[in-house]
Design a protein around this ligand. Structure first.
Ligand SMILES: [Zn+2]
Ligand SMILES: [Zn+2]
Length: 349
């Protein structure tokens, strides 16, 4: 995508700071260091351009809260029409995150799984939406967690209702070429029911259902639990189906045990998409299950599961895996245009 491969483009100070943060994030640099750039962007965003330029020339940017020597240097360069060395260095390594999925990535129109700071994401939902637009998406589904996932600040029905008003407000400002869609990553409870009220689920555009607790339960009850969720007419996407972690700072975790043929067959019957979760620490489903789902005729959704704006670009990893498995792009629901996607997501209601 041109956004991630362009280098040496001259931008204003706010756009330069945000671009640096985005590129650091997609390479998984430390959150605290990335936040310095986003905070600096937030600090200067409301200031008149003249004031920023005058402060840059006078060397007084660091008197503003949220701006330190390195972010001040970036702003000063940007004010002078110079691309900071920091950004040039990041752009030099900003190619695709994984090889072999570029054609498929080109065909993706959006992303069905993302988090904001309303649950356990690191950025405001507006920032997630803005970055999705910059990536060329037509839509992004905001899928913050549900109430029972308290460690991730899951949203109660009341908080979700408030979030939907904010999403409406964002959409009023972004124009026709992009839509922030209303969604949820709803927990699949032990008995296979979903962790949000039907009234709230009905107000959403797309619902991802995932197992986050008791991942080690026996295969028979886990199979019943997952099929229960798939049969629920509100479920559109089965999120990271095995729950495994293959690497990363949360350690590793084995895949949950269940009858994958039975679960994926239910997905085919109900038109539920099996998620290809792009996060490198998940790589979920594992390849043998991905191939089984392919052979059974499942729909798929290639999702970033982004918890920060730069992670929205992780779709590269999922595209590579889908391409390697030879999955037909028309069976991947986020290659569909928005209205077709919405029609599919509402088909069982
Ligand atoms: Zn999840
Ligand atoms: Zn998630």
């Amino acid at each position: 995508m041109s956004e991630t491969t362009s280098s040496g483009e001259v931008r204003g100070p706010v756009a330069t700071l945000r671009r640096i943060a985005f590129l650091m994030e997609r390479q998984r640099e430390e959150t605290r260091r990335i936040e310095a750039f986003r905070n600096a962007a937030r600090t200067i965003l409301p200031l008149p351009e003249d004031e920023v330029r005058q402060r840059a020339e006078a060397g007084t940017l660091t008197q503003l809260s949220g701006i330190g020597p390195s972010t001040a240097a970036v702003i000063t360069d940007a004010c002078r029409g110079v691309v900071p060395e920091r950004l040039l260095a990041l752009e030099r390594t900003a190619g695709p995150l994984a090889d072999g999925g570029a054609d498929l990535r080109e065909r993706l129109r959006g992303d069905l799984h993302s988090h904001s700071d309303w649950s356990d994401g690191g950025s405001p939902l507006e920032e997630m939406a803005m970055t999705a637009m910059e990536l060329g998406h037509d839509y992004l589904v905001l899928t913050d967690h549900s109430p029972r996932l308290t460690v991730a600040h899951g949203l109660s029905a009341a908080r979700l209702a408030r979030q939907l008003e904010v999403v409406d407000a964002v959409n009023e400002h972004v124009g026709d070429t992009f839509t922030l869609l209303k969604g949820i990553e709803v927990d699949i409870l032990d008995d296979g029911s979903l962790d949000q009220t039907p009234e709230m689920l009905a107000q959403l555009d797309v619902r991802v259902a995932s197992v986050h607790s008791k991942l080690k339960m026996d295969a028979a009850p886990m199979t019943r639990r997952m099929i229960g969720a798939v049969r629920n007419p509100y479920t559109n996407v089965l999120g990271h189906c095995t729950g495994r972690l293959v690497r990363g700072n949360r350690g590793t975790r084995p895949p949950s045990q269940f009858d994958a043929r039975a679960v994926f067959s239910a997905c085919v019957e109900e038109g539920v998409a099996v998620e290809i979760n792009s996060r490198p620490e998940r790589r979920d489903p594992p390849t043998p299950l991905l191939e089984l789902a392919r052979d059974l005729g499942c729909l798929f959704s290639i999702d970033s599961d982004a918890h920060a704006p730069g992670q929205l670009d992780m779709l590269d990893y999922g595209c590579t895996r889908a391409a390697e498995a030879g999955i037909d792009p028309d069976r991947i629901v986020n290659t569909w245009e928005r209205d077709r996607l919405l029609e599919w997501a509402a088909a069982r209601l």
